[in-house]
Design a protein around this ligand. Structure first.
Ligand code: PHE
Ligand code: ZN
Ligand code: ZN
Ligand code: ZN
Ligand code: CA
Length: 295
């Protein structure tokens, strides 16, 4: 898998920050900063050769948008999706939540195009709207699919908050190895978790599980029985003393600017954003090349 240039990911964050600043300080559902964010991402993907669709939906009396980007080629009956929410809360520009996942996914998509990657699975990237109002965009997308279209999506990778300034390295607990929470994800989720874990092991960074608690856009996918996984660096929770031993940082909140006006380009761990962007590329290259696991 290619090494994803951190500078490129950060350049996308600067653009999202500028878009928020020019549009009342946020990129929230129904606000012009969200649509401008969609237009920015779509322009880069179109120029790179993706086939993009802007899907509209209505929520709370406002129009929301999902951006769907297909990379031509691969077995469309065996589609790997990669998603991030591109909307922010109204309180701020949403650079860690979730400019970080949006920018990392965008740069991985652009790396697919740059390298001419032709995996056996079909690749489809998505930037969701209205996550902050209850996973509205991703739920609209999944509900808009026929059962045959749902069955063709054989995996979903979710990236929401991957650059927290006091980061942890949490992988969605596909195998429920900790025995807590709602249980394992759909069959195949464990393989996704293991693939991400393999990358972090290769760079000597320990990981821990985080339960599928329904707080991000994988929710509608696992509800449809689609295997899922992803990375999360922490939100309003506090890093414990044991986690400081594991990852460094401080025994304080993972993201002190969570859902706040200070979630700006200053609210990012470059180290976490760099590692996680490379981990996403590794997972996409590894999982897309091989075909979905037998279920
Ligand atoms: N989805 C939450 C938000 O956008 C953050 C979150 C991501 C929480 C992943 C838990 C796991 O505010
Ligand atoms: Zn949020
Ligand atoms: Zn989020
Ligand atoms: Zn696990
Ligand atoms: Ca668990």
């Amino acid at each position: 898998a290619p090494d994803i240039p951190l500078a490129n990911v950060k350049a996308h964050l600067s653009q999202l920050q500028s878009i928020a600043t020019a549009n009342g300080g946020n990129r929230a559902h129904g606000r012009p900063g969200h649509l401008a964010s969609v237009t920015y991402v779509k322009g880069l993907l179109d120029a790179a050769g993706f086939s993009t669709t802007r899907q509209s939906f209505t929520y709370n009396g406002a129009t929301g948008y999902n951006l769907i980007a297909d990379w031509p080629g691969g077995d469309t009956a065996d589609t790997l999706m990669i998603g991030a929410h591109l909307d922010s809360v109204t309180a701020g520009p949403g650079i860690n939540d979730n400019g970080s996942g949006s920018a990392a996914d965008l740069e991985v998509a652009l790396a697919v195009a740059r390298t001419g990657f032709q995996p056996s699975r079909h690749l489809r990237f998505a930037w969701w709207g209205a996550e902050e109002l209850g996973l509205r965009g991703s739920a609209y997308y999944v509900n808009s699919l026929t059962s045959a279209q749902k069955a063709a999506i054989t995996g979903y990778l979710n990236f929401d908050m991957v650059g927290s300034p006091n980061p942890g390295y949490f992988l969605y607990d596909g195998d429920n190895s900790d025995g807590t929470g709602a249980g394992p994800g759909p069959a195949g989720s464990a393989q996704i978790e293991q693939t991400l874990a393999d990358y972090f092991a290769s760079i000597g960074v320990p990981t821990r599980g985080t339960d599928f608690d329904g707080r991000s856009d994988y929710g509608p996918f696992i509800a449809a029985g689609i295997p899922a996984g992803g990375i999360f660096t922490g939100a309003e929770g506090r890093k414990t003393a044991a986690q400081v031993q594991l990852w460094g940082g401080t025994a304080s909140t993972f993201d002190p600017c969570y859902h706040a006006s200070c979630d700006t380009t200053s609210n990012i761990s470059d180290t976490a954003l760099d590692r996680n962007s490379d981990a996403i590329a590794y997972a996409v290259w590894t999982l897309a090349a091989g075909g979905a696991p037998p279920t």
